[in-house]
Design a protein around this ligand. Structure first.
Ligand code: ADP
Length: 457
């Protein structure tokens, strides 16, 4: 469940819980205070009626019209004779049954009936609104020398006076407003979290400039401030790291070239076979280090945007032809079969950078191939893009490794190849990103690998 949905769900549950608790509290208040007051009020009204009837000794007929006129004040009144005949005045009762308890009013010594107090669900406020004869307060009254029961309650509509409706409206409006408010607040909160998430993702992609719009003095504002500080520090560290790599690579380059040059000269001077062998190891290792520093320099200059880019129309099919030619001795050494399907394909880009990418990809296709394996290289164009495919039948990789091969210094298995430093494919990635090209890798362990590159037009 998304954070906002969870937040809204909890808030709605809270509102529902507060309504239930509020309802329970109001019930307790009703039972503790209001109910008794209402009872007493009804009784005093009834006493007033019976006094009037008994003192003035009015007839049954006169009593009827008297009660009828009183019912207009918002009362439901019933006059019940001992044998069970009933007359009601005002809004009719929905249920008019003379219960045993009500009938007991006619017994000697009993004068009052308290139906509100003894209601079925007397603890619930809602029972107060039950429109039945039993939900009344009653008094015995003598008319024309005969005992009658006079029962009374207030009509529901007058209980639900306008104030009650206003109160009801208030509760509903408060509920709606709280739900809408919660939605708005949660959206605002979630937006800040989404923004922070996006900024974090950018940091993971080495972009430390993602602008955060969150401000404020609250916790989220403070979090955003700390985040900005972290962005700044990370950007500084990254810059220092790049500068360091750049400087070290630069400083390594000239001594390495010296070592290479002198060891080449030395090769002629060395007489013993063993000495020549040692010297060629020095040469190979110095070449390896020199290549590494060159790769590092290319990467840092691409990172810093200081690489001297020179964009022009480049025939990549021709470039691939020439890369294959320059790697021919390694291809033949491993007795690989190479299949070229290079139709004229042109892209707008930097010649040297692209060449670097092809060299890295082909060098990998050879390095990670099996003896007598195949390499297939294809170039073709469609209306929307130019494509390069480099496929080999080598050792391949698992998907887990494929997900990491473009990371710097990542090597699937260091034992596979002692030459590599895990920088080649990160350069390929940088170069292709620079050209807005896409690269897809399909690889299967033990079967081979296919790189497909697309340059949009
Ligand atoms: P390296 O210099 O180690 O070759 P790369 O960046 O070129 O570094 O490649 C990263 C890793 O990806 C390599 O260590 C290698 O294991 C794997 N890899 C690259 N190309 C291939 C390929 N064509 N076939 C199998 N594995 C490959």
């Amino acid at each position: 469940m998304k954070l906002q949905q969870r937040f809204v769900m909890y808030a709605v549950l809270m509102i529902a819980a507060s309504i239930i608790v509020g309802f329970a509290v109001s019930n307790v208040l009703y039972v503790a205070f209001v109910k008794e007051q209402i009872n007493d009020r009804y009784l005093s009204v009834l006493e007033e009626f019976t006094e009037q009837i008994e003192l003035d000794q009015i007839t049954l007929e006169e009593t009827s019209s008297y009660l009828y006129s009183k019912s207009k004040l918002g009362y439901q009144i019933a006059l019940v004779a001992e044998e069970g005949t009933m007359h009601s005045y005002g809004v009719p009762f929905e249920e008019m049954q003379l219960t045993e308890q009500m009938a007991s009013i006619f017994k000697d010594g009993e004068t009052t009936y308290n139906g509100i107090e003894n209601a079925r669900f007397s603890g619930l406020m809602m029972s107060h609104f039950e429109n039945s004869l039993s939900n009344t307060v009653g008094l015995k009254v003598a008319i024309e020398g005969k005992d009658y029961g006079l029962f009374l309650r207030t009509t529901n509509s007058s209980m639900f006076s306008e104030m009650h409706l206003v109160l009801f409206g208030f509760v509903i409006a408060a509920f709606v407003i709280s739900v809408v408010g919660i939605l708005l607040i949660s959206r605002k909160l979630i937006r800040t979290i989404s923004e922070l998430t996006a900024a974090t993702e950018e940091i993971a992609n080495h972009n430390f400039d993602y602008p955060l719009t969150i401000t404020g003095k609250d916790e989220i504002g403070k979090l955003a401030d700390s985040f900005r500080m972290m962005q700044e520090k990370l950007a500084n560290t990254d810059e220092t790291r790049r500068k360091f790599i750049n400087n070290v690579s630069h400083d390594f380059q000239s001594p390495l070239l010296n070592i290479l040059g002198y060891s080449e000269l030395l090769q002629e001077e060395i007489a013993s076979e063993e000495g020549k062998q040692y010297n060629s190891v020095i040469q190979t290792e110095a070449k390896r280090l020199s290549n590494l520093t060159k790769q590092l320099l290319t990467l840092t200059s691409l990172d810093q945007g200081t690489y001297p880019i020179n964009k022009q129309e480049v025939r990549i099919d021709e470039q691939l032809h020439s890369v294959v030619r320059s790697f021919m001795w390694r291809i033949q050494e491993k007795e690989l079969e190479i299949d070229l399907d290079l139709s004229p394909t042109q892209v707008y880009g930097d010649r040297t950078l692209l060449m670097n990418a092809w060299e890295n990809l082909l060098s990998n296709a050879i390095k990670y191939n099996n003896e007598f394996g195949y390499i297939i290289i294809r170039t073709y164009e469609t209306e929307k893009a130019a494509f390069v495919e480099i496929e080999d039948t080598g050792i391949g990789m698992e998907q887990e490794s494929v997900d990491h091969i473009f990371e710097r210094f990542y090597r699937v298995d260091k034992a596979r190849n002692k030459e590599g430093m895990g920088l080649g494919l990160s350069i390929v990635h940088e170069v292709l990103t620079y050209h807005q090209a896409t690269i897809h890798v399909n690889s299967e362990l033990g079967k081979g690998t296919k790189f497909k590159i697309g340059f949009p037009k």
